[in-house]
Ligand binder design. Structure first.
Ligand code: SAH
Length: 256
């Protein structure tokens, strides 16, 4: 076994191993599922068609992930597929009497992220037969995707998608997704926000929505409402603009 790399990103420590896959379309769809989640190491153990990655169906299903297909490693046995790994997880829809400890995709993903010394393989079975016991017994854990007990067998590529997604989320993928999209202006300062409340209060008094002798909790409630959002300078200016117009209108009406 190779020396494990320590603390490198999960994306370079995780490989997807498909055992005896029948349908080239599934191999293509697996490549796509992996690439959408940022993974690239695909190993095929004895696919039914040795040239599966070049078949039209595989290429069509891979869509924009043909680079993953093209760099897939094709091997003759599970030992070769696991070379360089110090951890392997078998994926099975069926629980067996004798198997390594059973865990979920989410728990596995967090273990893989937490322990940067793990070079891991996720091992998936064939469409028709799943994984043989001899392969399951070689693995450290058995992963079962919780599903409808009356019909728990997912399509191969969908099972891969789910594992790749969980691995990405555990590696902080949701933070990546929350990176600024669209407009994000400067956060308003406390002074700007206080100025806005004063301005709004004057306007609300002017239209007699707020009675200064009996204000109740109106301003506190409005503060609470706005404090739930991160107001930006531009937004504070819009609200002050509304207050200014109210005051201008009221002033004009009173002058008439
Ligand atoms: N007919 C096969 C299942 C084939 S599905 C059987 O009875 O075992 C192809 C592969 O997708 C499975 O070998 C497994 O690796 C994965 N898979 C599908 N559903 C799964 C589930 N609910 N949990 C874990 N792996 C699953």
């Amino acid at each position: 076994m190779n020396q494990p790399q320590t603390n490198t990103s999960l994306f370079s420590r995780l490989r997807f191993v498909l055992v005896e896959t029948s349908h080239p379309g599934n191999i293509g769809a697996v490549a796509r599922a992996m690439k959408t989640m940022g993974f690239s190491q695909l190993v095929l153990v004895n696919p039914r068609f040795p040239d599966a990655v070049h078949q039209e169906e595989a290429i069509a299903f891979a869509s924009g992930a043909q680079d993953i297909l093209a760099s897939a490693k094709i091997v003759g046995g599970i030992e070769e597929a696991l070379e360089g790994c110090n951890f392997a997880a078998a994926l099975s829809a069926r629980l067996r009497e004798y198997s390594p400890p059973v865990t979920t995709p989410r728990a596995l993903a967090s273990t893989l992220v937490d322990d940067g010394s793990l070079n891991a393989a996720l091992v998936f079975g064939s469409e028709r037969y799943g994984l043989p016991n001899q392969i399951i017994e070689k693995c450290n854990v058995l992963i079962n995707i919780p599903a409808n007990p009356d019909y728990s067998s997912l399509n191969l590529a969908q099972a891969v998608q789910l594992l790749a997604y969980e691995a990405r989320m555990a590696a902080g993928g949701d933070r990546i997704a929350q990176s600024p999209i669209g407009f994000h202006g400067d956060a308003a300062s406390l002074t700007q926000v206080d100025g806005m409340y004063e301005h709004l209060e004057k306007a609300l008094i002017a239209i007699e929505f707020l009675d200064p002798d009996n204000p109740k909790k109106l301003m506190s409630r409005l503060r609470r409402l706005f404090s739930r959002t991160q107001l930006e300078t531009e937004e504070v200016n819009i609200l002050r603009g509304i207050a200014r117009h109210i005051l201008a209108r009221i002033g004009k009406n009173q002058a008439e």
